[in-house]
Design a protein around this ligand. Structure first.
Ligand SMILES: Cc1cc2nc3c(=O)[nH]c(=O)nc-3n(C[C@H](O)[C@H](O)[C@H](O)COP(=O)(O)OP(=O)(O)OC[C@H]3O[C@@H](n4cnc5c(N)ncnc54)[C@H](O)[C@@H]3O)c2cc1C
Length: 367
């Protein structure tokens, strides 16, 4: 293993791989991605919007992506603010449709694109900690297997755990406490009358919201998002209680057969921003930089975009120009402020349960 790198990227999800690919495209070849997993465990986040195409083209991986045969996503339909279903389709989007991803396959594909460009990528390898020292390669990285590496610049792409940024004493500012609990069903558990297979279904309930999406590997994901206290009160981590709550939905329930899910996955889904998201010798990308509510379906798009923008900033920084990194940091903050306003607007569209703490705590104050 080569111990000296210009850039080490910790985390080989969408944000980390996009950063590595973009750096290679800009001529920074001496990079290493450190990835804890082997891309086999389930990963959350499956819908990407049509505009993702621009980013995949910019990274130079669009043709390879289309060969992957992820499922087209034609938009969403939702019961939000009303019992009736409303449609929000991509019919007139100039970029065409979006996608429902096989998420493990997508992340593995991105890792392969890094390697195809000659980038080093270590799977099953855990970042443990780092030390800053007087050295031409001042960041010393310690791995869980006790190996040591050095770099000039380090990228935190570890997702919401932000393991690298925390080593620099950066702190996440958490804006809400959303939790999501998901079940994966086989397509055989689906009642075939559901004619909108290529759309995401969203349904608001008094304590939160549910979504259902068809995935390309003959799977269907059904998720409930709510506050941690409601997860406790309704025992939503228990498959039977989860199933009972799902049976009370108006639009999701008729699509899924009676079968209780064999297992559930719980995900932290808080909105948050890292403070600061970048400084000397390091920056954050993707969820490590800022986390958006899954209702936005923007997490993967933002991860890819951050990776592309971060690569520009790092190239300039390696060239002794810190200005682009300052802009990058400001953009993360400004985009997060805009996102919070959009989120409050979106939640305010649901006014059926004025006494519900879930909804009240997320809505714009009434003028
Ligand atoms: C319920 C839910 C639904 C969602 N739905 C959508 C959706 O439909 N569309 C969408 O765009 N987004 C969605 N998201 C958000 C999306 O999942 C994330 O925004 C996206 O995965 C962020 O990518 P990332 O690369 O920043 O982080 P991650 O995907 O979290 O990748 C981080 C990587 O870092 C690695 N890592 C962590 N620690 C270490 C370590 N110590 N050493 C080495 N490697 C490490 C991990 O193994 C992982 O590969 C959803 C999120 C939730 C919770």
């Amino acid at each position: 293993m080569k111990p000296l790198y210009d850039v080490i990227i910790v985390g080989g999800g969408p944000a980390g791989c996009a950063t590595a690919i973009a750096l290679h495209n800009l001529g920074v070849k001496n990079t290493l991605v450190i990835e804890a997993s082997d891309y086999t465990a389930p990963r959350i986040g499956e819908s990407i919007p049509p505009d993702s195409r621009e980013l995949l083209e910019k990274l130079g991986i669009w043709d390879a992506f289309t060969a992957q045969k992820h499922a087209p996503c034609l938009g969403s339909y939702s019961s939000w603010g009303s019992d009736q279903l409303g449609f929000n389709d991509y019919l007139f989007n100039p970029q065409g449709h979006g996608w429902h991803l096989n998420r493990c396959a997508f992340d593995k594909f991105l890792a392969l694109q890094v390697e195809k460009r000659g980038g080093a990528l270590l799977k099953n390898t855990h970042f443990a900690s780092l030390v800053r020292e007087q050295h031409a390669y001042p960041i010393k990285v310690l791995l869980r297997n006790n190996a040591q590496l050095r770099c000039r610049f380090i990228v935190d792409a570890t997702g919401r755990s932000a393991k690298v940024a925390r080593q620099f004493n950066a702190k996440a500012k958490i804006e809400d406490q959303l939790v999501a609990v998901s079940a994966y069903f086989d397509s055989s558990d689906i009642i075939s009358a559901n004619s909108y297979r290529q759309m995401t279904l969203l349904e608001a309930v008094d304590y939160g919201w549910w979504y259902l999406a068809h995935l390309p590997n003959n799977k269907v994901i059904v998720t409930v998002a709510t506050d941690p206290q409601t997860v406790k009160d309704k025992h939503l981590k228990d498959p039977r209680s989860w199933q009972q709550a799902m049976q009370l939905t108006q639009h999701i329930q008729p699509i899924i057969s009676q079968s209780t899910p064999s297992s559930l996955h719980t995900w932290v889904a808080q909105s948050a921003i890292m403070n600061p998201p970048a400084a000397e010798h390091w920056l954050t990308v993707g969820d490590a930089a800022s986390v958006y509510d899954p209702i936005s379906s923007q997490g993967i798009y933002k991860a890819l975009k951050n990776g592309i923008d971060a690569a520009d900033a790092i190239v300039d920084w390696l060239d002794n120009n810190a200005q682009t990194i300052n802009q990058y940091r400001n953009n993360i903050g400004n985009n997060f402020i805009q996102y919070l306003a959009q989120k409050a607007y979106f939640y305010s569209e649901e006014q059926r349960w004025p006494e519900s703490t879930f909804w009240k705590s997320r809505q714009q104050p009434r003028q």
